[in-house]
Design a protein around this ligand. Structure first.
Ligand code: NAI
Length: 679
């Protein structure tokens, strides 16, 4: 085997076997993950030159990083693009380079272990073969749409050609990832193998000289039809599905992807500058800039907790209700041993049943994994886990005296270094903390409902909370893969303090005679994931009254209609009626249509993007959305002024990831700034 002859390469390593097979490994210098920076890409061109000069019998491209194959393009570089011309050049370089890779005369194979995203998948698609390693970390996706851009390095050309346009458009419009088995099933990978045989499998396929995977006769017929008369039909269907989720004004990229596939053979560079699907249109719309901002905000939240090496293994949760049960389940899913305490086994059983369903969904029916995860979730009516736990979270009834006596007891039995946390939404941390001998031990870890779905967790610092306790609590939140937002102890913390006035303002509009459907449609059109009135119904009208009182102060009266409905026992979704009637967990809207959920645009941003508009949207009075939003924007500003969060960016991050606030705006304060209002 001959070693790397081209010593001046910083990021790529080429080895040639005596068999004639060449192994090319990417190991981006000074980085734990492989990203396709300009330097990595131009060096790749030089690698191809070297291979042209002495063509191998076959080439395997792999990663030398344990972290994964390739995470995608370099978003830092992308964020710095300052002109449409620069953006065009970036797209052009990748497009040409991967076309060059696709055209080499020798067989090529991408050996994919770990994440293979965006540009990384486009590189793999330009190879003749792909082998995926069957491990939980192997994930393949084209998530460009989540950053408001399009997969312009050949993804829109090659993915539809390989797996068919319907499946390809679904992946490109949602940005969702597929695991190794699914990649094989879709035809995206030639084979799916265990890690121990990956190299020999790659060698056999690459040297085997087989042509790219053969399509069956049926597949060939479908593809022919897709490229002929059915092409427009498939495109129209994808467009309609996208339009049910988002508007083209707010999110141009998904529509551009469909257009570029349908009319420009997947080549974004061919789209005339005046076309709404052009790179010019995409890069000059504020959406891409704002979604990249959201990405960076998310990275900032992820970085909290990095300064802690706290590695909790045992969690104890007290209270197996809506919140405690789901918190326990999420921790067990993340590999922790969890003891779950409540007043009796009967009260714990429903939480375990709910957890089992969650584990089945997350482990996609892998019965062994489901059982292992369930084994880690231990019903503990006597609270025996308290003495062993690294973290103890309290999620019992919202009652100060009960919580105080519980914490006094927990402190007496817990290990001295265990984190003691409360999930309270509305009680003052300081009032609970004084029940402890050492009040500095108490921290707030405030989850949102539903816990498995919502990424944000507020980590609350009380007046007395010790800095190390705070660090550990934050580290714990990262360990379960949630996004920690450090907040100061203040009524409603950030998220509820912002949502409260917003929901109340929406209810005031209803009180003034605007239909709930109209208020909701106005805010959904703006880009909120759910209208505020439907949100009140979902949260529960009783909770809204209590929260309203707590947040607005004793003087402010909740809307009379809200009190009347609560008086009649109409509490929203949970009682079957509130501002809407609820059937099968869905609000029945005036147009006779319940708002559908889920569907085409999966993934985090997609979930935040919004619910489809109802079929016959009511006319929306001018200024309605602005009026309701004004209360949310003012509340966000207030939280920054009061120091509830450290700065405006964190406020935007919290409101986006905690409420789903229209991501295309880059967050409420960024939105204010773009409108020329004080941020
Ligand atoms: P829940 O009423 O569904 O569950 C509370 C559970 O605690 C019940 O199963 C009850 O039997 C148990 N419990 C009460 N006293 C206990 C004790 N001394 N020892 C052991 N178990 C005891 O309540 P939910 O909604 O789960 O709320 C729990 C906490 O989470 C509250 O502090 C609430 O403010 C907070 N929270 C609630 C959210 C929500 O949307 N429901 C969102 C975020 C926080």
């Amino acid at each position: 085997m001959s070693a790397n002859m081209q010593q001046d390469w910083k990021h790529w390593r080429l080895r040639r076997e005596d068999t004639g097979l060449a192994w090319l490994e990417l190991d981006k210098a000074d980085s734990s993950t492989n990203v396709l920076s300009s330097e990595v890409m131009s060096e790749f061109a030089r690698v191809l030159d070297a291979l042209d000069a002495a063509p191998p019998k076959a080439l395997v491209i792999a990663s030398a990083k344990p972290a994964g194959f390739i995470a995608g393009a370099d978003i830092e570089e992308f964020s710095r693009l300052d002109s449409v011309l620069a953006a065009r050049m970036l797209v052009e370089r990748g497009w040409l380079l991967f076309n060059r890779l696709a055209a080499v005369p020798y067989p090529t194979l991408a050996l994919i272990r770990g994440h293979c995203m965006g540009g990384g998948l486009e590189l793999a698609l330009a190879c003749r073969h792909r082998i995926v390693v069957d491990e939980p970390g192997t994930k393949l996706a084209l998530p460009e749409v989540m950053l408001g851009i399009v997969p312009g390095w050949g993804g829109m050309l090659r993915l539809p050609a390989l797996i068919g346009p319907a499946a390809a458009l679904d992946l490109m419009l949602t940005g969702k990832s597929v695991d190794a088995k699914k990649a094989k099933r879709l035809g995206l990978a030639d084979d799916c193998v265990p890690a121990r045989v990956m190299e020999s499998a790659a060698r056999i396929v690459a040297l085997g000289g087989k042509p790219a995977r053969k399509l069956s006769a049926k597949e060939r017929a479908t593809r022919r039809a897709m490229n002929g008369p059915l092409r427009k039909r498939v495109a129209d269907k994808a467009r309609a599905q996208a339009a049910r989720k988002v508007s083209r004004t707010n999110y141009p990229a998904p529509f551009a992807i469909v257009d570029i596939w349908e009319k420009y053979a997947g080549n974004a560079l061919d789209v005339p500058g005046s076309d709404p699907s052009s790179l010019d249109a995409i890069f000059t719309s504020p959406t891409a800039r704002n979604l990249v901002r959201v990405f960076h905000l998310q990275e900032r939240l992820k970085a909290f907790g990095k300064d802690s090496d706290f590695a909790p293994r045992h969690m104890h949760v007290v209270g197996a209700g809506v919140m405690g049960g789901d918190i326990a389940a999420v921790c067990a899913l993340r590999g922790m041993t969890v003891t779950l305490q409540d007043q009796s086994v009967e009260r714990i059983a429903p939480a375990i049943a709910r957890a089992a369903k969650l584990f089945e969904r997350r482990h996609k029916g892998d019965a062994r994994q489901v059982r292992f995860t369930l084994d880690r979730l231990i019903p503990d009516p006597k609270g025996q886990g308290v003495a062993r736990a690294d973290v103890i979270i309290e999620a019992i009834f919202e009652n100060l005296e009960v919580k105080r006596s519980l914490f006094a007891d927990l402190e007496a039995h817990a290990r001295p270094d265990a984190v003691l946390a409360t999930n309270t939404s509305s009680l003052r941390l300081e009032d609970i903390a004084t029940a402890l001998k050492d009040p500095s031990r108490l921290v707030g870890i405030h989850f949102f409902n539903p816990v498995p779905m919502l990424p944000l967790v507020e980590v609350v610092q009380g007046e007395a909370t010790d800095a190390e306790v705070l660090r550990r609590a934050t580290g714990f939140v990262r360990r379960i893969d949630k996004l920690p937002l450090p907040v100061q102890s203040a009524p409603g913390f950030l998220v509820n303090a912002v949502l409260g006035p917003y929901m109340l303002e929406a209810l005031r509009c209803v009180e003034e005679g605007v239909a709930p459907e109209t208020v909701d449609a106005a805010l959904v059109a703006f880009g909120m994931p759910m209208g505020p009135v439907e949100l009140v119904d979902t949260v529960g009208l009783d909770i809204a009254v209590a929260a309203g009182k707590a947040l607005a102060g004793e003087g402010a009266e909740p809307p009379a209609q809200l009190l009347k409905l609560v008086g009649e026992g109409k509490l929203g979704r949970k009682s079957g009626e509130g501002y809407y009637r609820w059937v099968d967990g869905r609000a029945v809207k005036g147009a006779g249509k319940a708002a559908a959920k889920g569907g085409l645009l999966g993934g985090l941003l997609c979930r935040l993007w919004g619910t489809p508009a109802s079929e016959a949207p009511p006319p929306i009075p001018a200024g309605l959305a602005e009026r309701v939003l004004a209360s949310l924007l003012a509340a966000t500003r207030r939280c920054v002024e009061l120091g509830v969060v450290a700065d405006a960016d964190l406020a935007d991050a919290g409101v986006i990831f905690g409420t789903g606030f229209a991501p295309h705006t880059g967050g409420p304060l960024n939105y204010c700034e773009s409108k020329g209002q004080p941020g």
